[in-house]
Design a protein around this ligand. Structure first.
Ligand code: HSE
Length: 406
């Protein structure tokens, strides 16, 4: 029997209990042994809950029990998760986590600690919910140099954009629905401002390039400025607005990373990734393009990834699964130098406005939609972010700026 302890009995923690109970028999066969939950750490009591006897409030009970071989951290947030995870590794226990903040901030150090002790620190659920992406990057795509990772990595924002586009819901109603369904972070600002996707692309980039990509270095823009008018224009163009988290190696050397809403058309592989689903597009220099798709948030999909890590850790007791993520920092390309085409809306559609646009941007592609009047919308040619910012400072009445990927 392999005893585990779960830190946190919230949405994911209770999902892990449910998955282990629902699929206990097949999980036992795959792990080669029975997985038994010995403790659940939580601040609260759970009277009447089938797990109530296992609830403890003191981490030391878990740390001091040498029967516990695997600790599952599903509390979220950097502290006290970081302290507890380090203590567990120091006590010779492998750790599984779904906590992207913890992994993005301390992943390299915790992997090193696990490696030095022949333990494992696994975090499949930290990116893409139930979608296998960490293990494929570590194990299946090791023959490749990764050239690009672009993902729709936040279920909440993808759900909001889909509902706004398909059902005409306003932003707040769509967000409330996402919260009710357990997709959103405790503080949904982390979702809608792009911080959650930023941490996830930092993790994927660190694994893909084998060096530390600091999330603070990644240019991040959320979806809070996207309006129903932007969505109307997107529809008129046969396009959709998606929150992309990308990291791209240009000219075989420099990597840029960014999180921002983009306009894409049906020819993009991530176009059909809607609702709470996530999609991750990976381009390798020998394999070409591969796609990963599935439920990016929610109790059971995330718990599925956590339990798969528990099984992997159970199969690799006293044997470290090698993961390359050096603590050496990867210097990212200055985002100002990155080029895009931009969709821009400005107030007014007089000849003067059009002449000013043409003077500032040169030739642009004019975009119209029947039901919007009194403004001018267009797509620029490919220009650097810095150039755009310089032009923006000379332009009055800007209503919207969205990067274009077609
Ligand atoms: N709030 C996150 C999302 C949860 O919506 O994708 C999964 O990380």
């Amino acid at each position: 029997m392999i005893n585990i302890a779960i830190l946190g009995y919230g949405t994911i923690g209770s999902g892990v209990v449910e998955v282990l109970s629902t699929n206990g028999e097949s999980i036992k066969k795959r792990a080669g042994d029975q997985i038994d939950i010995k403790y659940i750490l939580d601040l609260k009591e759970f009277p009447g809950d089938p797990m109530m006897e296992k609830i403890v409030h003191d981490i030391n009970i878990i740390l001091e029990d040498s029967d516990v071989m695997i600790v599952v951290e599903v509390m979220g947030g950097v502290e006290p998760a970081y302290t507890f995870v380090k203590q567990a590794l120091l006590k010779g226990k492998s750790v599984i986590t779904s906590n992207k903040e913890l992994v993005a901030t301390h992943g390299a150090e915790l992997l090193d600690m696990a490696k030095e002790r022949n333990l494992n620190f696994l975090f499949e659920a930290s990116v893409g919910g139930g979608i296998p992406i960490i293990r494929p990057l570590n194990q299946s795509l090791t023959a490749d140099e990764i050239v690009e990772i672009t993902g729709i990595l936040n279920g909440t924002t993808n759900y909001i954009l889909s509902r706004m586009s398909e059902d005409g819901l306003d932003f707040n109603t769509a967000l409330q629905n996402a919260q009710k369904m357990g997709y959103a972070e405790r503080n949904p600002a982390a979702d809608i401002e792009g911080h959650d996707a930023c941490r996830k692309i930092a993790i994927l980039s660190s694994l893909a390039f084998g060096m530390q990509v600091d999330f603070e270095d990644i240019y991040t823009e959320g979806i809070t400025k996207i309006t129903d008018t932007d969505i109307r224009y997107a529809k008129a163009m046969g396009a959709r607005i998606k929150l992309f988290a990308s990291s791209v190696k240009e000219n075989d050397k420099h990597v840029y990373a960014m999180v921002a809403p983009v306009l894409i058309k049906a020819s993009h592989p991530l176009y059909s990734v809607n609702d709470v689903f996530n999609g991750i597009f990976v381009r390798g220099n020998v394999i070409g393009d591969v796609m990963f798709y599935g439920s990016g948030a929610g109790k059971l999909p995330t718990a599925s990834a956590v339990v798969a890590d528990i099984v992997d850790a159970a199969k690799h007791l006293n044997k470290n699964i090698w993961t390359i993520w050096s603590s050496k920092k990867l210097e990212l390309t200055d985002i100002n130098q990155v080029q895009h085409r931009f969709f821009i809306r400005v107030e007014g559609n007089s000849l003067t406005v059009k002449e000013q646009i043409s003077k500032l941007f040169g030739e642009v592609e004019e975009i119209t939609t029947e039901d919007v009047v009194g403004e001018y919308a267009f797509i620029t040619s490919s220009i650097a972010e810095q150039e755009l910012n310089e032009i923006k400072s000379k332009l009055n009445g800007i209503l919207s700026v969205i990067r274009v990927r077609f």
